[in-house]
Design a protein around this ligand. Structure first.
Ligand SMILES: Cc1ncc(C[n+]2csc(CCOP(=O)(O)OP(=O)(O)O)c2C)c(N)n1
Ligand code: SF4
Length: 295
């Protein structure tokens, strides 16, 4: 585990991220909401570019963010700092794939960690390779468009559902087009995890990525909004077992509107778009039913 290094500046521009990268908003709003009494762990990922910070920040090995954060949380508690937030900001590769074992263990042990997954749906930092979060048919450098395959061949995992199976106090998804909802969830995580010590909170935010998704940077917020309005990225929370859909459009917009804005889906046929829309709508229906039941 790397040391948590005290630095002079945090969430302060400039950042080293690409223009129009949502990850900058994800980090800034989380850390500014939690305040100075926080320590942040960032494994290898685009998060490394999220900018300077006024709180302790430690880099970790790619698979071990949750293990490193467990040690930091326990060390702080032992030193009497019971109300310091310990925050992980990891990518989807570091969460869905290589960091899953450490995260699962930390969740099961009930560690006091606020875990934020900034999901840009690929291993972006090392050049856009497919991850367990990459959508089916998306172009990446390891799922090219050719005569053998046409993008990713399988559906993505449902990481929030995997985290729900750990019976942790908070599992939530969020979108950068609705910052008040995101910040409310961060505050909720602070209360449940840091203050009440009820265990690990998991918040996953769609990280719209102009570089990997192949769209123009100024469309960042529009892209995030459309992901939610088409049902591609449902925004919900599970708080101590209680389910709530936080953004509930009366009717979903056609998925095509979202897909057509991105180069990574440019090759899709009408049949593939229709199949992906069916997948999205079936999940949406299940979430509406859960919302009705409340669990
Ligand atoms: C064990 C190990 N394998 C591979 C790498 C190389 N590596 C560094 S960052 C990264 C991609 C991170 O992807 P993700 O977690 O999705 O975050 P993103 O860069 O997309 O924000 C990889 C493969 C590494 N640092 N350690
Ligand atoms: S590759 Fe994507 S996620 Fe990474 S810094 Fe650039 S825009 Fe952000």
């Amino acid at each position: 585990m790397s040391d948590v290094v005290a630095v002079e500046r945090v969430t302060i521009p400039p950042t080293g991220a690409c223009q129009g990268c949502a990850m900058v908003l994800i980090s800034r709003h989380a850390l500014d909401t939690l305040g100075r009494n926080s320590a942040v762990i960032i494994p290898a990922s685009c998060g490394a570019w999220s900018g300077a910070m006024l709180i302790d920040r430690g880099p970790t090995q790619f698979p071990s963010a949750a293990a490193a954060a467990s040690g930091v949380a326990r060390g702080l508690k032992a030193a009497g700092h019971k109300n310091t937030n310990v925050v992980v900001i990891a990518g989807d590769g570091g969460t869905y794939d290589i960091g899953l074992q450490a995260l699962s263990g930390a969740a099961e042990r009930g560690e006091r960690i606020i875990y934020i997954c900034q999901n840009n749906q690929a291993y972006m930092n090392t050049g856009i390779q497919r991850s367990g979060a990459t959508p089916r048919w998306a172009w990446t450098t390891t799922t090219p468009i050719g005569s053998v395959i046409q993008g990713k061949t399988v559906w993505p995992k449902s990481m929030p559902e995997i985290m729900e199976a750990h019976h942790i106090p908070l599992v939530a998804t969020a979108s950068i087009h609705n910052i008040p909802d995101y910040k409310r969830k961060i505050k909720l995580a602070q209360r449940l995890t840091t203050e009440e010590g009820k265990g690990l909170s998991y918040i996953e935010v769609l990280n719209t990525c102009p570089t990997g998704w192949r769209y123009s940077p100024e469309k960042m917020v529009a892209m995030a909004r459309l992901a939610v309005e088409t049902g591609f990225w449902p925004v919900y929370e599970v708080v101590e077992g209680k389910f709530k859909l936080n953004i509930k459009p009366k009717t979903l917009k056609p998925l095509k509107e979202f897909l057509q804005m991105q180069g990574r889906f440019r090759h899709l046929t009408d049949e593939q778009i229709a199949e992906m829309e069916r997948w999205v709508h079936e999940r949406w229906q299940r979430l509406l039913e859960r919302d009705e039941r409340g669990y």
